[in-house]
Design a binder for this molecule. Structure first.
Ligand code: BMA
Length: 321
């Protein structure tokens, strides 16, 4: 089944950021986190660097860009965050949330002993203090912008292997008093709840507060064994869609409503052709403007960073109808 983007979604006619915009070695620019901090739009983006022409990748870092309007971005001269040592291979897929005037960055970490989810805090995007790294396997973490019931909250996607069979990964919520210790974990969104997923569902952008609830994007993944070559790789058998749901303001483990159709699907040429992994939409940033416009930032085909807009009331309606 080929799903389409919701009619409430307006995509920009081009990616907001590609390797061409980066003043240092860059190839795949995608899965960014975006927020507003100190009066500016800030983006941290994943850069899998190497050669676009030869389809060769050498490493990963996280780059930094600023914007006055959320559409035109200026990239800083060097990457802002790199993790690499004997144990840690790389950090990637950053997400940003401002809490009490400080900027928190969640990220995924590949290590020699599993995939971990990290949380760091920064005031200037130069110095980062790492507050926690989860036990493996867990990642795709996003923080809510305020305490709920006296605790900080994060959505996350652990990866159970023995109990659910291969790749049946659901979205969970955990609480923390201090960003270091996480617990009271609750199951939020199950793969089987989402018609456009048969493989995994994970958090997208950090949730946005509205009068009706926490508006939260997520990714829904369909594995289709009949798919073959669909990008740089010899074979790529998955499609990623962005979905949208509404979580209870006081108990964000409770889903108030969810759109049964994807919010964003691939359709633009740069989303379906010549990418590293085509047909992937991976939302990582969502901003609610005073006008009611919602800006949604997403990685497309693991190759470009893109943006779409929608009206907040249309998004709420999608969740509640
Ligand atoms: C996931 C993550 C994402 C990526 C997606 C599609 O497992 O690795 O970073 O965008 O796969 O390849």
């Amino acid at each position: 089944m080929n799903y389409q983007s919701s009619p409430v979604i307006k995509k920009l006619s081009r990616p907001v950021l590609t390797y061409r915009d980066i003043p240092y070695k860059a190839a795949l620019i995608f899965n960014a986190g975006v927020t507003k901090f100190n009066g500016k739009y800030v983006m941290v983006f994943r850069n899998d660097y190497g050669s676009m022409d030869e389809h060769k990748l050498e490493g990963t870092n996280i780059g930094l860009a600023y914007s006055d309007n959320g559409i035109d971005w200026k990239v800083e001269p060097k990457p802002c965050f790199v993790l690499h040592d004997d144990e840690i291979r790389r950090a990637y897929d950053p997400r940003l949330t401002v809490i009490d005037g400080r900027c928190y960055m969640c990220f995924a970490v590949d290590t020699n002993h599993g995939l971990r989810g990290g949380i760091a805090v920064t005031d200037d995007f130069d110095k980062f203090e790492i507050l926690s790294l989860s036990a493996p396997d867990n990642r795709n973490m996003v923080l809510f912008p305020e305490k709920i019931g006296g605790y900080f909250c994060r959505l996350e996607r652990p990866m159970p292997v023995y109990s659910r069979g291969r790749d049946r990964f659901d979205t969970w919520l955990s609480y923390s008093p201090d960003f270091k210790f996480w617990g009271e974990s609750k199951l939020v969104l199950k793969v089987e709840d989402v018609p456009f997923a048969n493989d995994k569902v994970g958090p997208g952008a950090p949730p946005v507060k509205t009068e009706k609830g926490w508006l939260a994007t997520f990714h829904g993944v369909i594995r289709d064994e009949s798919m073959g070559k669909n990008g740089w790789e010899a074979s790529w058998k998955k499609k990623y869609y962005a979905g949208i749901m509404l979580l209870d303001l006081d108990d964000p483990s409770k889903i108030i409503g969810m759109s049964k159709e994807p919010l964003i699907a691939t359709d633009q040429a740069y989303e379906v052709e010549n990418g590293f992994r085509c047909d992937v939409i991976f939302p990582g940033g969502m901003l609610l403007e005073d006008s009611g416009e919602v800006k949604i930032y997403y990685g497309a085909s693991d190759t470009y960073e893109c943006m779409a807009t929608a009206d907040v009331n249309d998004l709420l309606k999608l969740c509640l109808d």
